[in-house]
Design a protein around this ligand. Structure first.
Ligand code: SAM
Length: 295
């Protein structure tokens, strides 16, 4: 079995929770390679032990990927068979692997995909949302301003495309409430979402509905845990941004009714909303019928 594998890089999909979600071919490849490049050798050690596979492992996390890629090219040139795996799912999908694959392909060497589980597609097919057109967006930026900007960029893109599609995001449990709040601001409170949590695991769960309802269900919980995928029903004709309007309305009220200067009103809104002054200023200058200061 071992000597049937030709030299090359084997990108092997591994389970996203349920250890049974690994293909027979993946197991054969993992048994047949000279070395397994791992995002985290401790995680992969569990998987290999479970299937009694004794291949040597080498760490290839995102910080080492460039070095690892150069080393992989040399080894494959010398006739080695290398597998690349991550902690879960497909290498290269919000995980290390793509740079190693690119380097090996650029060197004219063999890159062999060995398909397996993937959280985004697993969530999508069970979501009930359209899977005909979808966009995988990975993780949003962790900083509030950048996250909002990225959601707005996506909204503009969908609007320009003129067709509804499903957006697929990965998100961490400690940011999920903020993220859904931003989705409501950018895509509107009516926007449909599906939150797929703990896929393939004992406590697998799908929350489906309007973004506000889904957020409220999560907010009621003492603690939100687990791995999650968020799917957003993105429509091109969204009338959203209730928050932007309220920032504008608040600015106007403070300036008109309380006689604050624009600068003081900006400061106050930023403080009250927990936003940066530049973010409030950006919203304020984007209000309909107005032009940015100095423009
Ligand atoms: N390479 C992986 C793949 O192919 O799906 C994704 C790796 S990414 C670093 C990890 C993120 O994927 C998690 O934070 C979560 O958003 C999502 N994820 C992974 N496993 C999951 C699961 N069992 N249920 C829900 N989401 C999962």
């Amino acid at each position: 079995m071992t000597d049937r594998l030709p030299p090359g890089l084997y990108l092997v999909g591994t389970p996203i929770g349920n250890l049974e979600d690994i293909t027979l071919r993946a197991l054969r490849v993992l048994r047949g390679v000279d070395r397994v490049l791992c995002e985290d050798t401790r995680e992969t050690a569990h998987l290999l032990a479970h299937y009694e596979i004794h291949a040597p492992m080498k760490s290839c996390d995102e910080h080492k990927e460039q070095v690892c890629a150069a080393d992989a090219v040399e080894r494959i040139r010398a006739g080695e068979r290398l597998a690349m795996v991550t902690d879960a799912g497909l290498p290269g999908i919000s995980d290390p692997g793509a740079r190693v694959a690119a380097a090996v392909a650029a060197a004219g060497l063999q890159v062999v995909p060995v398909p397996g589980a993937n959280a985004a597609l697993t969530a999508l097919v069970a979501s009930g949302l359209t899977a005909e057109r979808f966009l995988f967006c990975g993780f949003l930026p962790s900083k509030a301003g950048a996250r909002r900007t990225e959601l707005e960029r996506l909204q503009a893109m969908v609007a320009a495309g003129g067709e509804p599609l499903t957006l697929v995001f990965y998100e961490a449990p400690h940011r999920i409430l903020e993220m859904l709040e931003d989705v409501a601001k950018v895509w509107g409170v009516e926007c449909g979402v599906v939150l797929a949590r703990e896929l393939t695991k004992l406590h697998e769960e799908f929350l489906r509905g309007g973004v506000v309802d889904v957020r409220a269900q999560l907010a009621e919980r003492e603690r939100v845990r687990g791995e999650m995928v968020v799917l957003v029903e993105a429509r091109p004709s969204v009338v959203a941004n209730a928050d932007e309007e309220s920032i504008v309305a608040l600015m106007e009220r403070l300036m008109k009714d309380e006689g604050l200067s624009e600068k003081d009103a900006l400061k106050r809104v930023a403080r009250e909303r927990g936003l940066g002054k530049s973010e409030v200023y950006r919203e304020w200058t984007r209000r309909p019928g107005r032009r940015a200061r100095g423009a």
